[in-house]
Design a protein. Sequence first.
Length: 173
Amino acid sequence: MDNLLDIRPGHWNLHIIPSSHIGQLLVAAAHLAHRGPLTILDCGRQYDATIVACALEGREEIADRIKTRHAFICSEAVKLLQTTPVSRTPVLVLDLLSTFNDENVQFRMRQFLLENAIQNLNRLSRNAGVAVIVYPPPSLPDSLRLFERLKFAASKIITYEVPTPAYQQESMF
């Protein structure tokens, strides 16, 4: 999964992963921090410092390179993106769309905020690469529309799927 986080300046990639693989993704983020600073914007309570610390084998000097910020609703996610300065530090955005699935916020407002988020992803990717992590969306029309809009805006889409087993146990009945 290290190649999943191939973050390059000048564009942002949309990574679609199964939620069961967040641990592997955080290990990959820890490996990325070996190369230099990393900003993680956690939009879905996905960041687990314990996993990262284990992957870093307790090396505090590398752990200190990782700066994390958190958002819980879509307006906070946009604020995180807006207030993140353009720099050469790669940015990893965890579970961005989870904050946009709040049905208490009118769909038009969520669309507006997503457009603002996309503008800021483009801004941040100018000098440093950006990786946006999302999970497959719920089968709700609004969620699917937001997901499709984000896919359309991405520089590149990388889909990581769970491999199906090579064999299946035969049913006895």
